[in-house]
Design a protein around this ligand. Structure first.
Ligand code: J2J
Length: 550
């Protein structure tokens, strides 16, 4: 097959050939993955949500109808489409339909505000946006903002709660005739851009992560092996469905790969999820650490039969070993820690690892072809076991962001290693312990927030002279978001309340998870030697539990 000199994920053709020769890249596309699941197990339940239950055959039929809707929205081969949908069967139909059309999903989360979504539309050159037709006001406001500010983007809205979502879906307000819809016949190259995933965000506006069919599906197949996903499994999707963890570690695509059943939880609460486990005989689920804690500490644990549960995957932020040790005894299942990133590299503890490694490490690379370098501040490798910044390259790790030359120069080494910004140490067994972070990012229980994004919006407030946003320690979330504010001269007397400031930020379209938990009014910021704001000092500054502005 013809390969371009550089693939959309930044890999040179030579690397692509190498990964093919090793048999890691197989030429499979995401469409092939859906096709084989549908033809292989047509009568097996593919996906269940609160409103619908679809067999694989019905999933295929739904995909054909969804494809008819997207075609009417002008979507064809190579068209980027921003997807912002709740956990639902409709999400799976959407993604399957877009792959069948050869289109390129851009995975937004329901919590993303209009500010971010408009940015994704622009950066990806989106042809269409698909969002829910009913739901929370903030989310519906996103579709309105796209309509208003991005006239070139078709707006598709779909109600996931009705029996025939695609027969009632709208394209710029109009219903589409989906009777007799047939599955598109488009075939794309496995080396082409499959979708754009979002970066955790260290820059004011999130970066887009270009993944190809070949590289991503290798990571899915390998995850299925390492996590022992089986055809009879029932996987619960509790985290937002479009997140990289949920999609591929081993995730929704891992379940599709073996023809398992996917249960979409409308929300991640213990009440919803623990009863879903009992009702559907759930065997596995992926969680971020604060959710695991919520499950562990929920009285609902005692009320439900959780005996079907075999494995919990926990990652996205550092898990305490205290919580890790409780999983087996209290939930009766095996823990796999997952340290992954949408850029690529995923580490898992192994199912047969000794308990000590499972509870105290974040796992080891899933592929023997993952290359890791742990570097000291001067860029030289640290001594074995010492902490340093993790750089990585491999068969499923990108070597460039989408359309971001300046960021690329900072984020990747000349020889294609991705600088993760994570400070880790590696044990002789190869297991990694995440010990810190060398990037301006807040990890709020797995949700990544770029302080700069929040600062930019707060600076637009007339009462704010200067602002500095930092992560402060939080027992449950690991970190929460604190905004230090210096008032403008004439506002010193009456600063807006936290409620007013939050309303202001939401009104500007900031993502809901990026809105600060705490606002602290100060007269000046601590400074570093060269006169820069010292975020390090601010992180350490005691914040009263209920300060006047909280
Ligand atoms: C500490 N920090 C972690 C962990 C991620 C699987 C699992 C998670 C993600 C994800 C993912 C961590 N302990 N166990 O994409 O496929 C922090 C690191 C990392 C960043 C990536 C997957 N697991 N992290 O969280 O792209 O800082 O992916 O670089 O959202 O989360 O964030 P993200």
């Amino acid at each position: 097959q013809d390969l371009p000199p550089v693939l959309p994920n930044g890999m040179p053709a030579e690397a692509a050939r190498h990964y093919r020769e090793l048999g890691l890249w197989t030429g499979q596309t995401h469409r092939d993955l859906f096709d084989s699941a549908i033809s292989g197990r047509p009568e097996r339940t593919a996906v269940v949500d609160r409103h619908r239950s679809l067999t694989y055959r019905e999933l295929g039929e739904g995909m054909a109808r969804a494809a008819a809707v997207f075609r009417a929205a002008g979507v064809g081969e190579g068209s980027p489409v921003v997807v912002q949908l709740p956990n639902s069967a409709v999400f799976l139909e959407t993604v399957g339909a877009l792959f069948a059309l050869g289109a390129v999903p851009v995975f937004a989360l329901p919590a993303h505000g209009s500010r971010e979504v408009e940015h994704f539309c622009a950066l990806a050159d989106a042809v269409a946006y698909v969002g829910p037709r009913r739901g929370p006001r903030d989310l519906l406001a996103v579709a309105d903002a796209v309509r208003e500010h991005r006239g070139d983007v078709a707006v598709v809205t779909v109600d996931e709660r009705v029996a025939q979502p695609w027969a009632e879906a709208r394209v710029d307000g109009d219903v589409v005739d989906v009777r007799d819809a047939a599955m598109p016949t488009t075939r794309v190259s496995p080396a082409s851009l499959a979708f754009l995933q979002l970066s955790g965000g260290t820059t004011a506006l999130p970066k887009l992560i270009p993944r190809t069919h070949d590289d991503y599906l290798y990571s899915v197949r390998r995850s299925v092996e390492v996590c022992d996903v089986r055809p009879e499994d029932v996987m619960l999707v509790a985290l937002p469905c479009a997140h990289n963890f949920t999609m591929s570690s081993p995730g929704i695509l891992g379940a599709l790969h073996v023809g398992a059943t996917i249960v979409m939880a409308a929300d991640p609460s213990p009440t919803t999820c623990l009863s879903a486990i009992e009702k559907h005989g759930v065997t596995q689920a992926a969680l971020v650490p604060p959710l695991l804690l919520a499950w562990l500490n929920s009285p609902a644990v005692a009320r439900h039969d959780l005996s079907s549960l075999r494995t919990l995957w926990v990652g996205g932020a550092k898990l305490s070993d205290t919580a890790a040790r409780r999983v087996g005894p209290e939930l009766g299942c095996t823990l796999q820690q997952v340290f992954g990133m949408a850029e690529g590299l995923v580490n898992y503890t192994r199912l047969d690892d000794p308990e000590d490694l499972v509870v105290t490490t974040q796992g080891r690379p899933m592929s023997e072809h993952d290359e890791l370098r742990i570097l000291a501040e001067d860029g030289t490798p640290v001594a074995p076991g010492e902490p340093g910044v993790l750089h990585t390259r491999g068969p499923y790790t990108i070597r460039q962001y989408h359309r971001a030359p300046e960021v690329n120069a900072r984020s990747f080494s000349e020889d294609g290693f991705y600088c993760t910004g994570d400070i880790v140490r590696q044990l002789p067994s190869g297991h990694i312990v995440v010990v810190g972070r060398d990037k301006d990012q807040i990890n709020r229980g797995g949700e990544k927030v770029a302080p700069e994004a929040v600062e930019n919006e707060l600076l637009a407030h007339p009462a704010v002279h200067d602002v500095s946003v930092v992560g402060i320690p939080d027992e449950a979330l690991g970190e929460r978001i604190c905004a230090y504010l210096i008032p403008r001269g004439d506002h010193r007397e009456r600063m807006p309340t936290a409620v007013e400031l939050r309303g202001f930020l939401r009104g500007r379209g900031l993502s809901s998870f990026a809105v600060p938990d705490v606002f602290e009014v100060v007269s000046e910021f601590p400074h570093t030697g060269v006169g820069k704001t010292s975020k390090k000092d601010q992180r350490g500054m005691a914040v009263p539990e209920r300060g006047p502005a909280t």
